[in-house]
Design a protein around this ligand. Structure first.
Ligand SMILES: [Zn+2]
Length: 331
């Protein structure tokens, strides 16, 4: 029990909940056991900082400390016996206890504790019954071509893992386990290989069974939900399993037909444009789209006609074009 939780966190007695949280996060980050392996002094500091935050982040405990000092925090403390002026805390919004979620935020790992939280409300450690592991929600960002073709990739993520110091029980002797702060779980960096199927699309979610948080007391681990985010391509687009690309051709080629060079997943590929192309018409190449769930889509080529591609630069070219126009007009 620190003598003065304000001193421990280095904040003034009038500090707001936000200032207290900031101070706590900064200190907890520098003293966290994961960052200071086998450093007993850091562990002591970490414990002191955590205890101080438990007091100051709880309106009631903070008010009791303000009124009565350390005595106000003892189990069984009766404010009426201590004095007639004791009132419950009146300090605006409650900020909740110092649960482990705060710590995970410190490391920028999202909130792997999801639903399985479990606060750290009282001072008395309590063993946990079997608690299923939490579901982890992560996002994975992949390139457009990787999504279209599918890929196997390996990545690192922070996974709530049964605390090795207390075997996930959360208690050590009669006290809360200091390694996991009584939560039974610690953040461990794990690597995982996943297979993202071909045709994966933006917002797709993959459920990877048992790769979320560890369960406690023999309960099953949670699942990992992996949301796929696909980077846009410079030129290609997707519409389901259709792959959309574009081509620009000149007016003579539009009349006569041509092989246009278009960008596909395999690089520049010649695609035959039939004669008499009209602006706005899309040329379909069957089976050259994206394969998803056993179905393969088409490649759609949006063809733009641009006169500057085939300018009539000399008199002869112009004369021929005029002759052609007259010929077509006669029919
Ligand atoms: Zn532990």
């Amino acid at each position: 029990m620190p003598l003065d939780p304000y001193k421990t966190l280095g904040v003034s007695r009038t500090a707001t909940a936000d200032e207290i949280k900031k101070a706590y996060r900064k200190l907890a980050r520098s003293y966290h056991p994961d960052h200071n392996p086998d450093n007993a002094a850091a562990e002591e500091k970490f414990k002191a900082v955590s205890t101080a935050y438990e007091i100051l982040s709880d309106d009631d405990k903070r008010a009791r400390f303000d009124k009565f000092g350390v005595a106000g925090l003892q189990d069984g403390f009766d404010p009426r016996a201590a004095g007639p002026t004791a009132r419950p805390g009146t300090r605006g919004a409650a900020s909740g206890g110092a649960d482990l979620k705060d710590l995970f935020d410190l490391f920028g790992a999202g909130s792997p504790f999801g639903g399985a939280g479990g606060g750290f409300g009282g001072f008395a450690p309590r063993p946990k019954g079997p608690t299923p592991g939490s579901q982890l929600d992560l996002k994975i960002r992949i390139r457009f071509d990787q999504a279209a073709r599918g890929l196997t990739t390996k990545f690192q993520y922070e996974r709530p893992t049964a605390c090795p110091a207390c075997s996930g029980r959360g208690i050590s002797g009669n006290a809360a386990c200091s390694r996991c702060r009584g939560q039974g779980l610690i953040a461990e960096s794990k690597s995982l290989s996943v297979n993202i199927p071909s045709g994966a699309d933006n917002g797709d979610k993959l459920r990877i069974k048992g790769k979320g948080g560890d369960g406690i007391g023999g309960a099953a681990a949670g699942d990992l939900m992996l949301e796929v985010q696909v980077e846009p391509h410079r030129t290609l687009r997707r519409d389901g399993i259709s792959l959309i690309t574009s081509a620009t051709i000149g007016p003579i080629d539009a009349l006569l037909g041509c092989d246009a060079s278009v960008e596909t997943l395999d690089g520049l590929t010649p695609v035959p444009i039939p004669p008499g192309h009209s602006a706005g018409h899309r040329v379909r190449v069957a089976g050259k789209g994206v394969t998803r769930g056993g179905k393969t889509g088409d490649l759609l080529v949006e063809v733009t006609v641009d006169a500057s591609r085939q300018p009539l630069l000399d008199l002869e070219a112009r004369a021929l074009a005029e002759k052609l126009r007259d010929l077509v007009a006669k029919r």
